[in-house]
Design a binder for this molecule. Structure first.
Ligand SMILES: [Zn+2]
Length: 370
């Protein structure tokens, strides 16, 4: 199905080797030649796209903020660097893959002009800046998303979104009822499809209130449990997981809660990769990003240009181990979907508003321009 991925994962030398008269070589050399080079990176079979709502680049790359920690009366021992705050983000993703958004390196921004959630999610899933959506109260999607394109090509089976925030339903698909969706505590008319185990059912049916969110918000704890159960039981081809406690605690100006939510997100990443290990799966690409950053006051986001700056981590499958990306590349959230289109061998978006693939996530520069 993703044959392009298989070919593009082959090093250029290997492709050349197949076209230069292998039959002239003695049989022993033909047989041993493939063993002499490093194993090919695995192609991408599946994608897990995780969003951690409103998480700042500062904690991702610099760890706990001393000033905010002091204001929250956190002890000195709570002030740790990024690797200690987010051990799984680093050991599982940054060290084995690609990280964008660190100070002084390549950047990734939300396009705005309003740096709030629904436009951010629409930009991520459609691959175009959400020009006609500048708040969390927008008209229905008027263009297809990456998930819609996957469904049109391969069918709806195995395309799912599971999120804490109910409104993500309005960003992932033009036809949400056609996919598997559980958004917020009760959102998603197909939510019963994620009822794959007792644990998932408990997460779906839990009567706990929306704290730290509001309205139909579902706590990350339940969203994460459902997502892992669904992944294990159904092995979806494309799974979007939306965590949101970070943004909710930040709006409460609760830095302690925000840090705990971030540590919980890190724990989730650890459990996700442990599950993939258990399944023997090294062909799933895991991508983690945020819909927007935070204003200089930490609590808010929206008009303040500080909240346009986000971050992106990716690893798994054929994602090369480039680590933190240096240089002056400037990316946008709209570039994520075009990257995934390329990796999943979907047609490129012809719109002039479309983003462009993130070169550092592609397997080999030789193939970056096809
Ligand atoms: Zn918010």
């Amino acid at each position: 199905m993703y044959r392009r991925g298989i070919f593009s994962a082959l090093p250029a030398a290997a492709l050349l080797a197949t076209s230069c008269g292998a039959s002239d070589l003695p049989l022993s050399q033909v047989e041993t030649a493939p063993l002499s080079r490093a194993p090919d990176p695995a192609p991408i079979d599946r994608v897990v796209l995780i969003t951690v709502d409103g998480t700042r680049w500062q904690e991702i790359f610099q760890g706990v903020d001393r000033e905010l920690a002091a204001r929250a009366h956190l002890p000195e021992s709570a002030i740790v660097d990024a690797r200690h705050l987010l051990p799984n983000f680093y050991s599982r993703v940054v060290d084995r893959g690609v990280a964008i958004g660190a100070p002084g390196g390549a950047t990734i921004d939300a396009s705005g002009p309003s740096f709030v959630s629904l436009p951010g999610y629409r930009e991520i899933f459609s691959g175009r800046p959400a020009l006609r959506c500048t708040s969390n109260d927008c008209p229905p999607l008027d263009e297809p998303t990456l998930l819609d394109e996957l469904r049109a090509r391969d069918g709806a089976d195995g395309i799912a979104a599971i999120s804490s925030w109910e409104t993500i339903e309005q960003a992932v698909s033009q036809s949400p009822d056609a996919l598997t969706l559980s958004t917020g505590r009760h959102g998603g008319r197909t939510r019963d499809r994620v009822r794959v185990s007792l644990t998932a059912a408990r997460g779906l049916d839990r009567a706990a209130g929306p704290y730290p969110g509001h309205a139909d918000y579902r706590r990350d704890r339940d969203t994460a449990a459902i997502a892992l159960e669904y992944l294990a039981a159904r092995r979806p081809r494309f799974l979007a997981i939306g965590l949101g406690d970070t943004d909710e605690y930040a709006h409460r100006n609760d830095y302690r809660g925000y840090l705990q939510a971030l540590a919980d997100a890190d724990d989730f990443i650890g459990r996700l990769f442990a599950l993939l290990d258990e399944l023997g799966d090294d062909r799933t690409m895991v991508l983690i990003t945020a819909d927007h950053g935070r204003a200089t006051d930490f609590r808010d986001h929206g008009a303040d240009p500080a909240s346009q700056k986000v971050w992106l981590l990716a690893a798994g499958g054929s994602i090369p181990p480039r680590g933190i990306v240096a240089g002056d590349s400037r990316y946008r959230l709209a570039d994520i979907a075009p990257t995934l289109r390329r990796l999943l061998d979907l047609r490129a978006d012809p719109s002039p508003r479309a983003g462009r693939p993130i070169e550092e996530l592609l397997p080999d520069p030789v193939f970056a321009s096809h």
